[in-house]
Design a protein around this ligand. Sequence first.
Ligand code: F6R
Length: 611
Amino acid sequence: MCGIVGAVAQRNVSPILLEGLKRLEYRGYDSAGLAVIDQAKSLQRIRVQGKVGALLKKHQATPLNGNTGIAHTRWATHGKPSTNNAHPHICRDDQVALVHNGIIENHEQLREQQGASGFKFNSETDTETVVNGIYVALQTNPDLLHATFATIKQLQGAYALGVINKSEPGRLIAAKNGSPLVIGVGIGEYFIASDVFALLPVTQQFIFLEEGDIADIRCTDLTIYNAELKIVERPLNVLELTPDVADKAGYKHHMLKEIFFQPNAIAELLENRISDGQVISSEFGHGADAIFAQVHSLKIVACGTSYHAGLIAAHWMEEIAQISCQIEIASEYRYRKSVVPDNTLFVSISQSGETADTLAALQQAKKSGFLSTLAICNVAESSLTRASDLVFLTHAGPEIGVASTKAFTTQLVALFLLVIAIGKHNGLSNKQENMFVKQLESLPARVNQLLLHKDDIETMAKEFADKHHALFLGRGSFLPVAMEGALKLKEISYIHAEAYAAGELKHGPLALIDDDMPVIAVAPNNNLLEKLKSNLQEVKARGGKLYLFADETSAVEPAEGVYVININVVCDFMAPILYTIPLQLLAYHVAVIKGADIDQPRNLAKSVTVE
Ligand code: F6R
């Protein structure tokens, strides 16, 4: 992961770089740093352990001023979070400074070679070997482009790099291979960053580098080379995005804002995607409907929360569209040999569109004989959308809180539209389609109703503050809802939480139940309710405390050790989306009570661009 930003301008670039870092903090926030070169050819650097806020403070005390600079916010991979391991890294003689996002897989070998030729290392990072490599190459050819090119030829792994050389003020070299990097085009100035969002305050014009590209950037001149060092043209994209999305709009945390934004996000997703009670299949991309007509099965691949969305969709796909649907975690899929049945559509799901494992899974799928590839994604200009045949954008708007909320519910809505669009070719009638579309249209209002339970859930959350473990139960398409609830709780409150298919309890986990183990269950009034109730009795009989989210019609009554929040959800196919909302609120309130860092939980980052 990590976020990088760089600039070459005729003004002081430090404020631009620091603002860019704030906007990239979702990519990592355990240390940060900034380096600039001024006209006097002096290279200055400040670094801190901790968040970008700490760097801002340090910069207030010791401001840096220069027209050329690079900056970095880190998510530690090689070497603990510390000032020494923070980027930018600088080589011998303070000649070159470099920021890196990605992992250099052959860093140990490079470290050995460089150590043998007298280099002393100041950090535990893989990155330091790259800046040393450039220093060595500069001794033979004192040109930063060629020195960087010669060095990256020796690298194995993934990188997005920004490099500056104190002897060449006004020049910035950028290189991309497997990690995201975009060039922002200003008037008489250029920028680089891990994503466009970092640069929105300074430009709306972007060039997306391709794998292997290396860019030679000066204030008034940009030349892009491919992996063979041949000059290439990359198109200029003008985006219409506003820079002010980072505002919390009066909410205490981004996560809470994003939870409460879900009715709007769903409504915005549905806009122009349905018409006269029907799904507009062409919204999945050019020729989508013709492809959907040939689909015999689906393979869905994703990570984390997006994987949970895929699990729910697999239930829908088999039940409603009657199309076989397999779902797999991307990091598993990418490394195994699998059989691809004829006419199988490959579907990747990702909020960011930059998740390394999901991207690698897509690359593998492209070689494996799938009918076509479809990305369900929230970021239009992401690596995933650019590499997929078909794309459906979830339009949830930037998600800043590390714990995914609105991205998840909008993924589910997008996947439901996909189920209908494919189901139409497999016997789903117009009448059924109209009924599902009505249910989808009712979602924003129904989610709003659920948000009214905030205070009850906050009260319930107090019960969890001193707990170390929690068990989540669900059945059928509500098992992934329970899994998502457990993931939310563990990632932001640091309470160890596991989800189980309720029927599996007696096969082992029941041994864990005592009065210190809260059990949270979603109890919709569906065909599995009676089975679930029996499972809950098994918990109660062993002294376990139950926390239930149930339909009023589920007839689950509060009793000693049984807490019930009736959420009055009509149990139709949309119910998994709705049952997710109280679990998000529960995790949020538990984390608030525990005083955790809600939007930036420890050890995590929003966009996981490393394996
Ligand atoms: C959890 C969460 C992660 C992401 C996962 C995949 O709240 O956000 O589990 O879902 O890292 O990320 P994307 O969807 O960007 O591919």
